[in-house]
Design a protein around this ligand. Structure first.
Ligand SMILES: C[S@@+](CC[C@H](N)C(=O)[O-])C[C@H]1O[C@@H](n2cnc3c(N)ncnc32)[C@H](O)[C@@H]1O
Length: 284
């Protein structure tokens, strides 16, 4: 599958390239989860806020089921279709991935008003989406509605309280990171949503069966061409004007932070980034 993400990355020059880089960066912990979600073999899966659709295609492939990926961004959905067709035609990845691509479709729709009747799906996933929402509980309640009783849910999201870098990054980069988190808060999002997901699921009518931390940890030097650096550079660059407009940083601060990412070889460091994955079942 990673070959397909790289192939799409090579020809995709949209400003959301960072999302494909993120898909590559988070492959191993994402795939480690699939056996734990409790999607029945041959079941129907819904992936909300699907982006380029990696969870939809990979999970349908892993379970021999079908998947629908829903997103509000129709341009991105076109890329998701292109990626799915690439996997289907290329012969890349395990046979299951090709079959999963064959069983995956995409639909435009809003997470808070999903375009499906009650009880349509056996399982539902939502990854890296709730962190942008002022009312994540409303989306979880809507996901409960379209799941059958006993249907499985898996929510994966960020929790900045589990983000550790040692030694500390250079000050201009640390300032840029902090301003980016502040921007997400100012837009109504929450980069500490991970710790809140279990309680929100409970309130939305789910029994929480597992709360997992998916750490991505590494030690080594850091070069400008590393995927994690390119990913951060793209994300921060996109948000630069808004950070300045909101008075979170000066233009000079932004330039200094981006320069660290694009120019500096950093000495070996330990990075630990924890994402929270919460699995549950819809109560009858
Ligand atoms: C960070 S991306 C995550 C994509 C994908 N889940 C993944 O893990 O690669 C967040 C996605 O949520 C979508 N999104 C944002 N608001 C939404 C809404 N109200 N309803 C459906 N999708 C939404 C965005 O268009 C974007 O594709």
């Amino acid at each position: 599958m990673d070959q397909a993400y790289r192939a799409l990355l090579a020809r995709h020059d949209g400003e959301d390239r960072w999302l494909l880089l993120q898909t590559l960066l988070t492959g191993p912990p994402r795939r480690a989860l699939y056996g734990m979600i409790g999607m029945p073999p041959g079941g129907r899966l819904l992936d909300v806020g699907t982006g380029f659709g990696p969870l939809a295609v990979e999970l349908a492939g892993a379970t021999g089921g079908t998947a629908v990926g829903v997103d509000v961004d129709v341009d991105r959905l076109r890329q998701a279709v292109a990626l799915r067709d690439l996997v289907r035609a290329s012969g890349w990845g395990p046979a299951g991935a090709r079959a999963g691509a064959g069983g995956t479709s995409f639909a435009a729709g809003d997470a808070t008003a999903l375009p499906f009747p009650d009880g349509t799906f056996d399982a539902a996933t939502i990854r890296f989406v709730l962190q942008y929402f002022p009312e994540p509980g409303a989306t979880l309640a809507e996901m409960a509605r379209v799941l059958r009783p006993g249907g499985a849910i898996c929510v994966i999201d960020v929790e900045d309280g589990m983000s550790i870098v040692h030694p500390e990054p250079p000050a201009p980069l640390a300032r840029l990171r902090a301003a980016f988190a502040e921007l997400q808060r100012a837009r109504g999002g929450d980069r500490n949503v991970g710790r809140k997901v279990p309680g929100l699921l409970d309130q939305a009518g789910f029994t929480v069966t597992a709360v997992l931390v998916m750490p991505q940890a590494a030690y080594g030097p850091s070069s400008p061409s590393d995927v994690d650096r390119t990913f951060l550079f793209d994300r921060f660059s996109l948000a630069a004007d808004e950070m300045v407009a909101r008075g979170l940083l000066t233009e000079a601060d932004v330039r200094a932070g981006l320069r660290v990412l694009s120019d500096d070889e950093l000495p070996p460091r330990t990075t630990i980034e924890g994402h929270v994955a919460v699995i549950g079942r819809r109560r009858p």
